[in-house]
Write a protein that binds this ligand. Sequence first.
Ligand code: FMN
Length: 294
Amino acid sequence: MALGLEERRVRLDEATRDRLVRLFLAALAEPEHGLSKDQIEAAPRGLPAGGPSESIWPRAERSPPAPESREVDVSTTQIPLTPDELLTTTRAVRRRIDLDRPVDREVVEEVLEIALQAPTASNMQPWSFVVVTEPDKKAAIAEWYRKSWAAYEEMPFAAANLPYDDPARKALQQRVMDSATYLAEHFERMPVFVIPCLGMRPEAIDLPASFVQATLYSSVIQAAWSLQLAARARGLGSCWTTLHLLYEREIGEILGIPYEVVQTGLLTLGHAKGTDFRPGPREPLETKVHWEAW
Ligand SMILES: Cc1cc2nc3c(=O)[nH]c(=O)nc-3n(C[C@H](O)[C@H](O)[C@H](O)COP(=O)(O)O)c2cc1C
């Protein structure tokens, strides 16, 4: 389907592009990820004088209903995978989604039930999930996704623009880009969107950003990954996306999601063509692990 991405491509102006490139190169070069010494000095440490602001508990979160222990009623068919196979073969599936096969509501409910077993900080369970299957809504969201995609393609941290010298790594990044281009072009045709939401905005909380963000986002995103694993176990494929969040407000308006509620991403979901997914290429463990100290 020719959706004319090329025509819609947004060119970043030169100044913005230069600023992004400088920021990105500084982030690669500096162990402090491009922050200046002054910014690092000025970053909040621990509780501010007088404690966190009152805004920390938005009203909607004050009186959640008493939770009940939940039996997860698993009735849909699962493909035979060991736990390790499941964990190592759950890929970002884009091209191999069957665009013409709808996903039964029962399956979506089942993977969501499983997602609810994920851990959350203080057992807050601050999540909600917006499931979208209506074609008009998906098409409206897809337009915003493609607008974001057009900007992303020009960004220095887009998969294919990252400054790798190794030709094999360059080729891998290009494959990711090609696959992601397919998703952008066919976004509205993905059978189901699931938007995992967080019930409070981290930026409203007056505590060190890394503490607030890690605590709140991790209290939704682990559930989203459980959902992706449960989906894979049932022969579905999924892809976590965040690009559309450049237009979080606009997508909120399409779906009636209030701005106080954070959209943490959007999972595209559908039946996968085949089940034979393999572990993905990853940088070696020894380049990623520091034993005992950095
Ligand atoms: C935080 C995050 C944001 C992502 N955003 C997008 C996105 O907007 N669009 C997209 O096509 N893929 C997106 N992805 C998928 C990544 O490209 C994918 O996980 C990565 O290339 C590894 O894929 P693999 O597990 O199949 O090897 C995102 C993944 C993560 C974790």
